[in-house]
Design a protein around this ligand. Structure first.
Ligand SMILES: *Cc1c(COP(=O)(O)O)cnc(C)c1O
Length: 427
């Protein structure tokens, strides 16, 4: 577990930062113990403050699909930095970045850059409301779209009822226009629309949820969401902050052949720096200031360093063989973990789409957040600590994805599988 240096830093951090962290899940509350302080990353490896080495499957929660400190990305950042780090004026880098995004995800006819996924979803939903003139939105239980007030909502007493605040500090008025429905439940979706006809501005989904652990859509579910929204005149927003450039160059929308009205991207597109964007249909995006009445802005939006790191990462990803390589490594990991669980008689449901993967410790099918929560989180805590002590860094929560990167090698995967087999046997 945490070494002396991490423990010392965590003590100091707790006197300065609430819980010692700048984002809650980093605090290891989901698995117990103290967080590791990381000092360095290179390729698929990270080193903690005590100099211990780990194979990393967190990848900064998704962005680092080409690995830590990729030399080409570093060079792009260095070059950009030498010309100035921010201007608050248009730059050529923004044009090159937008071209790279649009050529991979053509549904983004126009796009706007922001600095975080939270900003992207919040702004896309404001735009959806401004465009449709409607107030209500639908989100999926257990899906995460950043921490805007109206997205921190929980289901009320029934599927089609008003949302209630999902965090202290969120006023009921902010949550009441958010309808929360279970994932993969077509009936609940139709019910919500028939209870609020022509009042719903948008449905926002993670097309492959990663924030309840990986829970793929059932066959036909996303097509049903597309059809229902279109019939009612509501917009469909794909939050591809994780899946964009992760499950395919064109994201989940390319994988499933579905065209959303708006898309949110983040994580990978910043290449390890803070960048995100939202975009989609031209007629909708033209409602955004300065062209239209929907206000949205940002001092550091389209930041040159982030644009340079992002554009270089997208360029690396667009080279031939990239996603085949990720698939091959991820299949190897999936098969190895399956075998490890089987031979240790540990009940697991292993879900994988491309290079995102979750092993739920349960023997019941996981199809939504309610079933995901039946997982044995105590067992996950043991597993997590077992992996850490064997040099593998996983997300400190059962309800997250493991991310394979282009920097992982077959040997890394095999070492990981061996660590998993040992950890599961030790229980
Ligand atoms: C991480 C994430 C966000 C929020 O992005 P931040 O950059 O952390 O604000 C939004 N949506 C999804 C699907 C995410 O995984």
């Amino acid at each position: 577990m945490a070494g002396n240096q991490s423990i010392k830093l965590f003590e100091q951090a707790q006197r300065l930062l609430p819980g010692g962290v700048n984002s809650p899940v980093r605090a290891f509350r989901g698995v117990g113990g103290d967080p590791l302080f990381l000092a360095r990353g290179k390729g698929a490896r990270v080193w903690d403050a005590d100099g211990r080495e780990y194979i990393d499957y967190v990848g900064s929660w998704g962005p680092l699909i080409v690995g830590h400190a990729h030399p080409e990305v570093l060079e792009a950042i260095r070059l950009a930095a030498e010309s100035g780090t921010t201007f608050g004026a248009p730059t050529e880098l923004e044009v090159r970045f937008a071209e790279a995004v649009r050529s991979a995800v053509p549904s983004l006819e126009l796009l706007r850059c922001v600095s975080s996924g939270t900003e992207a979803t919040m702004s896309a939903l404001r735009l959806a409301r401004g465009f449709t003139g409607r107030h209500k939105i639908i989100k999926v239980d257990g899906a995460y779209h950043g921490h805007a007030d109206f997205l921190l909502a929980q289901a009320g007493s029934g599927a089609a009822t008003l949302g209630i605040p999902g965090s202290a500090g969120v006023p009921p008025s902010a949550a009441q226009d958010t309808i929360v429905i279970p994932w993969n439940d077509e009936e609940a979706l139709r019910e919500a629309f028939s209870a609020h006809p022509r009042q719903i501005a948008a449905v926002i989904v993670e097309p492959i949820p990663g924030n309840m652990g990986v829970v793929p859509p059932k066959l036909g579910y996303l097509h049903a969401v597309r059809e229902v929204t279109r019939q009612d005149g509501a917009l469909l927003i794909f939050d591809e902050v994780i899946t964009g450039f992760r499950v395919a160059l064109g994201g989940a929308q390319a994988l499933f052949g579905i065209k959303p009205d708006l898309t949110c991207l983040g994580k990978i597109i910043g290449g390890g720096l803070p960048a995100a964007c939202f975009g989609g249909r031209k007629d909708i995006m033209e409602k955004l200031a300065p062209l239209g009445p929907v206000y949205q802005a940002g001092t550091l939006s389209g930041n040159p360093l982030a644009m340079a790191a992002g554009a270089k990462t997208l360029e690396i990803l667009s080279r031939p063989g990239t996603y085949e390589r990720l698939e091959k490594l991820s299949v190897r990991l999936e098969h190895g973990l399956r075998e490890a669980a089987l031979s240790a008689s540990v009940p697991t449901k292993l879900h994988r789409v491309g290079s995102m993967l979750t092993a739920f410790f349960t023997d019941t099918e996981v199809t939504d957040y309610t079933s995901a929560k039946k997982s044995d989180t105590v067992r996950y805590g043991h597993f997590f600590r077992g992996m850490l002590s064997r040099g593998v860094y996983l997300a400190p929560s059962q309800f997250e994805a493991a991310f394979v990167s282009l920097a992982h090698s077959e040997a890394d995967i095999d070492k990981t599988v061996e660590a998993a087999a040992d950890s599961m046997r030790a229980k």
